[in-house]
Design a protein around this ligand. Structure first.
Ligand code: PMP
Length: 362
């Protein structure tokens, strides 16, 4: 077996020990005589799995009791619509546009009300995060929406926007569980699970109870797009993505028992990112375009001196076992996504490979 170092932006690597547990439990989960894939979601065995997965998420993120958790199909993109359909109670909201996904979220929200964009980093191709304290938020906004880590551009918010009494809604798809998060700072957090949490197939919403209870009443929402309907039914209004939830439980167990919680997770991630950024900063061949304080610790973008060399780099890296390093089609260059499950060794070896490529091609 030759497993590669997979730098994909998502779906992405899962911890090897998690995959091994899933493999060992594939044919029979516990003494149930069946695979989790085959189980009725209404069975007592499965009920224990979904309840423990939510409980583990609550422990790991220290989610306060006045927040509800929902496991919701349709990925993060469906959340782009659910957020305004449920929470845009005043008919308008503020969206900070710092990349493609926050742009898509804003565009989707326009279908359900007025979208204000009080700040954007489009002027510099999304290579920085606007100063959140200098932004003029709208008086009548129902919420302020951000994408906390910009997967494509490799930036992240290090400070959260705050306007008196206006809830913050944040897409944490590409940074959830990468470091401790103070959930009480948010009205709603959502994330697609396919980067740091599980195989693809679901998003998770963590919503402050009063926001869920006081959802907008001026539009009819399909039941499947109503937070209260889904969450009151304990994420079992319909058949949930059972296997993805089981895998999420295994990943959370890995964070709790093998990593030792999110403070350790953050230290690991900071060390991996530092290794790569330090090398990029010292290199006269590769470079990273992002404003330093806003650099993501999950997605590291870089370019070589030419598109031809970028292409050569990606091809030779793939042949050496470092795959999916090609940058997003909208920005070009390279991107190394170094999520939780990427071992430090993968980044160390990548840097060695980059040094050699620099020496051979400079
Ligand atoms: N938000 C962010 C920050 C993302 O990185 C992505 C996907 N890469 C999405 C939203 C869209 O997620 P999904 O494919 O689950 O709809």
């Amino acid at each position: 077996m030759a497993r590669v170092y997979n730098f994909s932006a998502g779906p992405s690597m899962l911890p090897e020990s998690v995959l091994r547990t899933a493999q060992a439990e594939m044919l029979e989960y516990g003494s149930s005589g069946q695979s989790v894939m085959e189980m009725s979601h209404r069975s007592s065995v499965y009920d224990a799995i979904i309840k423990e997965t939510e409980a583990a998420l609550r422990r790991v993120l220290c989610i306060p009791d006045n927040y509800k958790v929902g496991f919701i199909q349709g990925g993060a993109s469906t959340q782009f619509a659910m957020v305004p359909m449920n929470l845009m109670t005043t008919g308008e909201a503020d969206y900070l546009v710092t990349g493609q996904f926050s742009g898509k979220a804003a565009k989707e929200a326009e279908k359900f009300g007025r979208v204000n964009v009080p700040a954007s980093s489009k002027d510099k191709n999304f290579t920085y995060i606007p100063d959140v304290d200098a932004v003029e938020y709208s008086k009548n906004a129902s919420y302020i929406h951000i994408c906390e880590n910009n997967t494509i551009y490799g930036t992240r918010f290090t400070k959260l926007p705050h306007a008196d009494g206006v809830p913050l809604v944040a897409d944490l798809s590409s940074c959830i569980l990468s470091r401790p998060t103070d959930v009480s700072q948010y009205g709603l957090i959502y994330f697609g699970v396919q980067k740091n949490v599980a195989p693809a197939g679901m998003a998770v919403a963590i919503i402050r109870e009063d926001l869920m209870e006081n959802a907008r009443t001026d539009i009819a929402r399909p039941a499947m797009l109503d937070y209260k309907t889904l969450i009151d039914a304990e994420s079992m209004y319909n058949t949930p993505p059972c296997y993805t939830i089981y895998m999420m439980g295994l990943v959370l167990k890995w964070i709790e028992t093998e990593v030792g919680g999110l403070a350790n997770m953050e230290a690991r991630n900071n060390a991996k990112a530092k290794l790569l950024y330090d090398y990029l900063d010292g290199s006269s061949f590769f470079s990273n375009p992002v404003n330093k304080p806003d650099r993501s610790i999950m997605n590291v973008t870089f370019t070589s001196p030419s598109p031809e060399l970028d292409k050569k780099f990606c091809a030779e890296a793939a042949a050496a076992g470092f795959v999916n390093l090609k940058g997003h089609r909208s920005v070009g260059g390279m991107r190394a996504s170094i999520y939780n499950a990427m071992p430090a060794e993968g980044v160390e070896k990548l840097v060695e490979f980059m040094k050699q490529f620099e020496a051979d091609n400079a």
